[in-house]
Design a protein around this ligand. Structure first.
Ligand SMILES: [Zn+2]
Length: 360
């Protein structure tokens, strides 16, 4: 038995009445009433949802190609068609089962609590979705990426000092990048990326201060604060489109996301714990916050994360200072040489020398 349907071939606007049948176990054949036929591999068919009892199919290799199947649909054909969960490229890449689970969980979350529970939704967004987005943003920075290999290695070593294993490949890997942009900032991006801007490297007085920044950003990643902010500020619909690549990943927009005060407080508390475990003196971070609190000159765009926190800088300084335990053993976050390498991460010319560390 053949199934009746309508074909839009993607080239002309005219619908063609067609008969559709299973040609073999991996192809269908579509024959127009004028006797023209084409065979289409089943694995190139995508199912784009149902309109009533009509089944709508697309072809992953031919944009605009649409085939509408009208009931009754031959059982053998129906059995061969892709399941209705098959929406095309990006979901296939992240794995259909995972994506379907993700969708179901998010849909359930949205139904249950509306858009107002980013904190609840964020842990259920598959990391693999975020990875593509984060990779795209970091890719967008292109030439601004500081590529001095010794400097990059030192940046990774600093991160490893704060959280051992953090740069190792795997589910929990975080990738660190330095950017040649003259602002004092650092940011966590979707998908386990942390970027540190040049001034944050060049104007911290020593790597111990930068360790505090890194520990704080790692906490934002670990607690899924980035995802939470995306859900809160863009809404779940825009978020899904972002992951699907439907709207361009706009670095500026994503970097302008704001965390809640509760997020910031959590990240600071986690950072203090991380510094304690790592044996890094938290007073360095306290000094950094104290300086940021005093410094009025820095009013540049993109300064969201570290500069919007101005009003609270003194409080934050006090928290880190209070975390110091005289009896606890601490050691510099990096060796002098590593610190120098890191300082030079954004310079292509002759090496520069870091100014003398601040007195303790
Ligand atoms: Zn923060």
């Amino acid at each position: 038995m053949d199934t009746r349907g309508t074909l839009y071939d993607g080239t002309t606007a005219y619908p063609h009445a067609v008969r559709v049948g299973l040609l073999s176990d991996d192809r269908i054949v579509v024959t127009t009433d004028s006797g023209h036929s084409q065979s289409v591999p089943l694995d190139q068919l995508t199912r784009s949802g149902e309109g009533g009892s009509t089944i709508r199919l697309g072809r992953s290799d031919v944009p605009g190609w649409r085939l509408l199947l009208e009931p009754p649909i031959a059982p053998d054909l129906l059995a061969g068609l892709p399941g209705s969960g098959r929406f095309g490229g990006w979901i296939d890449r992240v794995g259909l089962a995972k994506a379907a689970v993700g969708f179901a969980v998010i849909a359930a979350a949205v139904l249950a609590v509306g858009y107002s529970a980013p904190h609840w939704i964020a842990p259920h967004v598959p990391l693999s979705w975020e990875r593509n987005l984060g990779d795209a943003i970091v890719g967008d920075f292109g030439e601004l990426r500081c590529r001095n290999p010794e400097g990059q290695r030192a940046l990774n070593e600093l991160a490893e000092r704060v959280e051992p294993g953090v740069t190792k490949p795997g589910e929990r890997q975080i990738r660190f990048a330095a950017l040649d942009v003259n602002i004092f900032n650092a940011a966590a991006l979707p998908g386990g990326h942390i970027i540190v801007f040049k001034q944050a490297i060049a104007e911290t007085r020593d790597p111990d201060e930068l360790a505090g920044i890194i520990a704080h950003e790692i906490a934002h990643v670990r607690r899924r604060h980035v995802t939470e902010a995306l859900v809160r500020e863009l809404g779940i619909g825009a978020l899904v489109r972002l992951f699907a690549g439907g709207i361009g990943a706009n670095a500026q927009q994503i970097m302008a996301l704001r965390y809640t005060r509760a997020n910031e407080a959590e990240a600071d508390a986690d950072a203090i714990q991380a510094l304690r475990r790592a044996g890094i003196d938290p007073r360095a971070t306290a000094r950094l916050f104290a300086r940021l609190g005093n410094d009025e000159r820095r009013g540049v765009a993109l300064d969201v994360e570290w500069l919007e926190s101005h009003p609270a800088s003194r409080d934050r300084a006090a928290r880190f200072a209070a975390a110091y335990r005289p009896a606890a053993k601490t050691a510099p976050a990096l060796t002098q040489q590593q610190g120098d390498e890191l300082f030079n991460v954004c310079w292509k010319g002759p090496r520069k020398v870091r100014r003398a560390p601040a007195p303790r």
